[in-house]
Design a protein around this ligand. Structure first.
Ligand SMILES: Nc1nc2c(c(=O)[nH]1)N[C@H]1C(S)=C(S)[C@@H](COP(=O)(O)OP(=O)(O)OC[C@H]3O[C@@H](n4cnc5c(=O)[nH]c(N)nc54)[C@H](O)[C@@H]3O)O[C@H]1N2
Ligand SMILES: Nc1nc2c(c(=O)[nH]1)N[C@H]1C(S)=C(S)[C@@H](COP(=O)(O)OP(=O)(O)OC[C@H]3O[C@@H](n4cnc5c(=O)[nH]c(N)nc54)[C@H](O)[C@@H]3O)O[C@H]1N2
Ligand SMILES: [Mo]
Length: 773
């Protein structure tokens, strides 16, 4: 039996005292005293370290405390003094550890020694670093580089990422999937086609100049809390904030800055001025409705000879495809739009009026847009909306994908990509005198498929928790054990580490907050935030264990152990002094990283040049492109008993890292095994609050996917939409259920059926096959 969750209505604003209490809880748990210590004062400051939690921009003039509750939690989690030692591994077999929860595993503290899996005892045994590198190098050389995957989670620095991709390409592979493949890849595919850049165009100062903010599918309260500051400032100036989200997310309603005593007493600021509970997956339809109102108003203005509503000069000079898009909007029926979006035409008209009244509009979005079957098209719909009134490439306006991990955007910038067209292969060939592979590598979904089919034989992971983050858990875990080689470079113990392949190494590394001392002295690293600004970061804390190596040092050693010597690369010199790696990055990307070493500590970071910010469109047409969606209108499947399940994060987690079992702002305490449901749906299914149900994925591919004992929580969510937590629900996601064009798993709308009494044969079919491993 699972522990029951306590469900309480959360009425307080986001931030405020609750924030400080929740933080104090994690700090006590991690046995670190960081409140009031120097360490948090250094977070996100030009002379400090860049937070390891989210990727939100860091202002040039930081607040005295430029951190949030969740950033502080992430810091405490990383610099905890709890450690996992060889004695710990001597006490526990991996079979035993596989019965532990994600929280229990990471809670043990920081990894301290390189370890190798020993099949005879089913335990990890300590190993010498040199011996580990030598053995891994030998094994890599036995494998076909095409069968080896080199995964990156989004935390590694620009320096580590650049070295990693270079190592991999010299070894002979382009198999560089990363966490972005499960995250904003829909953005990276959509934006180049329509505006000619793969990333967002806004800068922090645009939030000061904007007069309207649209917000789609992001839980800012929990996942980018520092962003609530610019939003709050905008709201205080009277800027309308128009939010589309199936759930009423607390911080998008009211926010109190916990560091401001006056606000703590006054009860905070409203954030959203208009809040639309769109149906899960209904954004493309909602945006079509808004655009339809804009086009109709513009048609009327044209007929009357009044000033145009759309920015006709911008559209003429800068865009293509407007007429086709306008015709598409005119022909869409209101009934279909209402059904698909779950919003009334009058609600959409209200949103359109707010949009039309503004001169400079920013559109933000997160996983609620990208992790859908039509995530790429819906991203393009957001661009259509902005283009109508010239809202790209002018102050106070632009598109703002809110990225996930703290350097996930930057890794793609410096060559972590499975797509060869995104990597300057000729340049790498010229600089380092080798012939890089020219074939496209495997994305995350492709890698999973390769593992399932036995084509992938080796897996090297620079951070992350691949097995827990990917779909199709019940098939992936058993298949993973067939890998010949698994190499995990990590800070904390997680599920992926305890499902061994034939040869398995667990290599512990420094975290970003730790002082990274090399031959030339303490090193700095750098990252790129969500607004494409590059920041330097210096570790502040003494490393938790002596044997830890930095990520660049681990990568350099692996490269030396695997590759033939190359006179054009001195891996030792790069490890000794990371500024040389930055020089190499600058040589590879001279336009993007001009004077990298001298600019990396500029307050606020230095912005990479982005053509779209200057209204230069590096698209095939040379214009910004309006596009007509081909398939974005999925009608709700109301009649056949199917629910659309979205999987999302709670306040007490960072991805697969579970700090606590609570989700404070949604009023959940003590268990993550809950499912949020519309009370009317509960009634029609004969369910009461607190009943437990089983979810079974609707698919006829012969794979049993189910998760049972989920506690029903009545919640304000559109009918036929339900919500539950990632990663627990990953057992329900079919591998083939992904965004068209980007292959981002469609984790936000999984078709499921819901059972109160479950036939015994399907009870936890998914989990059963995992424990049978
Ligand atoms: N503290 C903390 N910070 C984090 C993370 C973390 O786990 N914890 N993770 C980091 C990472 S890697 C990422 S990618 C980001 C993720 O940050 P988010 O993008 O906020 O991701 P989710 O928690 O999955 O929440 C998705 C949001 O979209 C809404 N949503 C779901 N479906 C739809 C839909 O169809 N339409 C609309 N309009 N909305 C929808 C949900 O209600 C929810 O508010 O956060 C990053 N920051
Ligand atoms: N169903 C469903 N699935 C999802 C999502 C969803 O919303 N729903 N979201 C997707 C998204 S957006 C993402 S980004 C992925 C996340 O997937 P990943 O990025 O693979 O997972 P994380 O949980 O962030 O990885 C946590 C682990 O990283 C390691 N780590 C932490 N810091 C460091 C470091 O500095 N160096 C190294 N080497 N290791 C470190 C620790 O060992 C920790 O256990 O999950 C995806 N999966
Ligand atoms: Mo992410």
């Amino acid at each position: 039996m699972r522990q029951k969750a306590k469900v309480e209505k959360y009425d307080a604003p986001a931030g405020g005292w609750g924030s400080l209490n929740a933080l104090a809880h994690v700090l006590t748990q991690e046995e670190v005293a960081i409140l009031g210590s120097e360490i948090l004062l250094k977070q996100n400051k030009p002379d400090g370290y860049m937070c390891v939690s989210c990727s939100w921009a860091k202002p040039a003039k930081p607040r005295p405390f430029e951190f949030c509750e969740n950033g502080a939690k992430a810091t405490a989690w990383e610099i905890t003094r709890k450690t996992v030692t060889p004695e710990f591994f001597a006490q526990h077999t991996l079979t035993e550890l596989r019965t532990w929860s994600d929280h229990q595993l990471e809670e043990q503290g920081r990894l301290t020694m390189p370890m190798r899996y020993d099949r005879a005892s089913d335990k990890y045994l300590p190993v010498d670093w040199d011996e580990a590198f030598r053995h891994i190098g030998t094994e890599l050389n036995r494998l076909d580089p095409r069968s080896v995957v080199m995964y990156t989670s989004g935390r590694a620095s620009l320096e580590a990422s650049y070295m990693y991709q270079l190592f991999g390409r010299m070894y002979g592979t382009n198999n560089f999937p990363d966490s972005s493949n499960m995250c904003h890849e829909s953005t990276s595919v959509a934006l180049p086609e329509v505006i000619g850049v793969p990333v967002g165009t806004v800068l922090l100062q645009d939030f000061e100049a904007t007069d309207c903010i649209f917000f789609f599918g992001h839980n800012t309260t929990t996942n980018a809390p520092r962003m609530l500051h610019p939003l709050q400032e905008a709201a205080q100036r009277g800027v309308p904030i128009v939010t589309f989200n199936p759930l009423r997310e607390r911080g998008l309603e009211r926010f109190v800055n916990p560091q401001n005593p006056v606000q703590m007493i006054a009860g905070g600021t409203r954030i959203s001025s208009q809040y639309y509970q769109v149906r899960v997956g209904g954004d493309a339809a909602a945006i079509t409705g808004i655009c339809k109102w804009v086009i109709e108003a513009d048609d009327l203005a044209r007929a009357n000879g009044s000033p145009r509503i759309v920015d006709a000069a911008f559209i003429d000079q800068h865009t293509s495809g407007f007429e086709e898009f306008a015709a598409f909007c005119r022909t869409q029926g209101w009934e279909e739009i209402e059904r698909a979006s779950g919003l009334s035409r009058m609600a959409l008209r209200e949103a359109a009026n707010t949009y039309m009244a503004a001169n400079a509009v920013i559109a933000n979005y997160g996983m609620g847009i990208t992790q859908h079957k039509h995530g790429v098209e819906t991203t393009k719909m957001i661009v259509n909306l902005l283009l109508l009134r010239g809202n790209i490439g002018k102050p106070g306006a632009g598109i703002s994908p809110i990225r996930g991990h703290s350097n996930v955007q930057g890794q793609r910038t410096v060559g972590i990509s499975e797509k060869t067209k995104l990597v300057p292969l000729d340049k790498l060939a010229e600089l380092y005198g080798f012939e890089p592979p020219r074939w496209d590598g495997l994305s995350t979904v492709d890698s999973c498929e390769g593992i399932l089919k036995g084509r992938v034989r080796g897996f090297v992971s620079l951070g992350g928790n691949f097995l827990r983050a990917v779909p199709e858990r019940s098939l992936m875990e058993p298949a993973w054990s067939d890998l010949r080689l698994s190499v995990q470079i990590a800070t904390k113990l997680n599920r992926t580490h305890i499902v061994p392949g034939e040869i398995t190494y667990l290599l512990p590394c420094l975290g970003r907050i730790e002082i990274d001392r090399q031959a030339s002295g303490p090193q700095a690293v750098s990252m790129e935030d969500s607004t494409a600004c590059i920041h330097g970061s210096r570790g502040q804390r003494r490393p938790v264990a002596e044997q830890l190596l930095s990520e660049p040092a681990v990568i350099a050693s692996l490269a030396k152990a695997t590759l033939k010597a190359n006179p054009k690369i001195d891996w030792d010199a790069w490890t000794a002094d990371y500024s040389r790696v930055r020089d190499a990055i600058e040589h590879t990307y001279p336009d993007q990283f001009k004077d990298f070493n001298t600019r990396m500590f500029e307050p606020g970071g230095f912005p990479r040049p982005l053509a779209a910010r200057e209204r230069k469109w590096k698209t095939p047409s040379g214009k910004a492109n309006f596009t007509v969606p081909k398939s974005a209108f999925a009608p709700p499947r109301e009649s056949d008993g199917i629910y659309e399940l979205m999987t999302m994060r709670a306040d007490g987690q960072f991805n697969t890292t579970i700090y606590t079992e609570d989700d404070r702002f949604r009023g959940i305490k003590g268990s993550r095994y809950v499912v949020f449901m519309n009370p009317a749906d509960m009634e029609s299914d004969g369910l009461k609050s607190g009943d437990t149900v089983t979810l079974v994925t609707e698919a006829d591919d012969g794979v049993a996917r189910s998760l049972s004992e989920l506690q029903v929580v009545p919640y304000g969510i559109p009918r036929r939409s339900i919500a539950a937590y990632y990663p627990e629900c990953n057992v329900l996601v079919p591998l083939w259920h992904y965004a068209e064009g980007s292959k981002v798993p469609a984790a936000k709308s999984i078709p499921v059926r819901l059972f109160k009494d479950v036939p015994p044969e399907i009870i936890d079919a998914g989990e059963a096959s995992i424990s049978a491993l």
